[in-house]
Design a protein around this ligand. Structure first.
Ligand code: KG4
Ligand code: ZN
Length: 359
């Protein structure tokens, strides 16, 4: 089955084609037009402007990916939320129109369900040596076993979710204030780094001492699996204020970035550790933009694979950040389990769409 994915929830216009077969998702096309250059100048995303840019880019991307008549596409999958309302609406209306004109079934999916499905995506590589190609495919064939514990870490969300089956999720913890990605972005801004700040802070952190500053890890004494990053952000702000004369010193900046990254990764790892101990999942999936962070990946290898001896899954780096292949993937599993939405008129953008409340 071949699924067309459409994603416009924030500042990436993305179109993809994914082939689903059993538990396998093979990415045939993955086109992303990122608006970050536009918003770097402004220091953040402006929703109406994002929607206008989606409108400008979405048709050329669609034409490049699938032509004009949708031949070969079996199902259309589109992000209905969560995200920025004007931005979401662009993708949803385009998807509905295509479904109506092409007479194809349509499914609306959660952006977060998409991030999780990213762990199933496999790139289609051109075979250099057919035998080797086949072997690497076989080796990569393992997929997350369910139930899985999912740590979702993006610009808008930080949550621990139990995935009992495809389309079936229970939230066990979430941030009570900032999301982890948001904290990275805000800290970057405080340090004068451009939007989106996560990758910039991570890069700066590489040269720093991770123990230089002992920044707070929120809610560690409390029971449960919730997170808090606002105290960390404030502590960092005060440290910057107290060292005003060092703000341009590269060593100081690297130490601040490294200690901040360590505090975020440590908080995420410790709550995940607790959840693994209590829920005993068969695998752990870490997804969302912050899952591209290399230190987070290292720490989770230690925690999940070495300490608990269970399988750990990250999306391939290409599919960590927002893309439409993950939306096609989630749409595939949703279509298999629940079928299409009865009428295109029942698909609607919902900025607060909740992964755990959908049906
Ligand atoms: O999932 P995503 O692409 O968009 C949302 O759904 O929000 O995540 C974007 C977030 C941003 O906050 C960005 O700064 C963060 O992911 N991010 C990173 C890294 N790459 C992206 N944070 C830390 N380290 C990274 N390498
Ligand atoms: Zn995302």
């Amino acid at each position: 089955m071949r699924i067309l994915g459409i994603e416009t929830s924030c500042d990436e216009t993305a179109i993809a084609v994914v082939k689903g077969h059993g538990e396998r998702l093979l990415v045939e096309k993955n086109l992303v037009y990122s608006q970050v250059d536009e918003f770097a100048k402004l220091g953040g995303v402006v929703p109406e402007m994002a929607a206008r840019l989606h409108l400008e880019k979405i048709m050329p991307l669609l034409e490049k990916a699938v032509g004009r008549n949708g031949r070969g596409i079996d199902v259309i999958s589109v992000t209905v939320g969560p995200g920025l309302a004007p931005a979401l609406r662009t993708g949803v209306e385009v998807a509905k129109t295509l479904a109506w004109v092409w007479k194809k079934p349509i499914v609306g999916v959660s952006h977060m369900e998409g991030h999780i499905a990213g762990a199933w995506l496999q790139s289609m590589q051109a075979p250099r040596f057919p035998g080797v190609h086949l072997l690497s495919r076989l080796r990569k064939a393992t997929r997350p076993e369910l139930p899985a514990l999912c740590l979702l870490v993006s610009g808008g969300h930080t949550e621990l979710v139990l995935m009992e089956a495809h389309t079936q999720f229970t939230r066990i913890g979430e941030t009570i204030d900032d999301a982890a990605g948001e904290a990275f972005d805000k800290v970057a801004k405080m340090m004068g780094l451009p939007y989106p700040g996560g990758p910039q802070v991570a890069e700066l952190a590489q040269a720093g001492n991770r123990q230089a500053y002992d920044f707070p890890r929120g809610l560690m004494q409390q029971e449960g699996y919730d997170f808090s990053f606002s105290g960390l952000k404030t502590a960092l702000l005060y440290t910057l204020r107290d060292h005003e004369e060092q703000l341009e010193d590269p060593h100081f900046r690297a130490d601040i970035a490294a200690s901040f990254e360590e505090a975020v990764v440590d908080a995420l790892a410790r709550k995940t550790d607790r959840a693994i101990r209590d829920y005993q999942p068969k695998s752990v999936i870490v997804a969302g933009g912050v899952s591209a962070n290399k230190e987070l990946r290292k720490r989770f290898e230690q925690l999940v694979t070495k300490k608990h001896g269970i399988e750990l899954f990250f999306p391939e780096f290409t599919y960590s950040l927002d893309n439409a292949a993950m939306i096609a993937g989630a749409g595939y599993f949703r279509y298999l389990k629940k079928g299409a939405v009865a009428s295109v008129f029942n698909v609607a953008a919902d900025p607060n769409y909740d992964l755990c409340k959908q049906n």
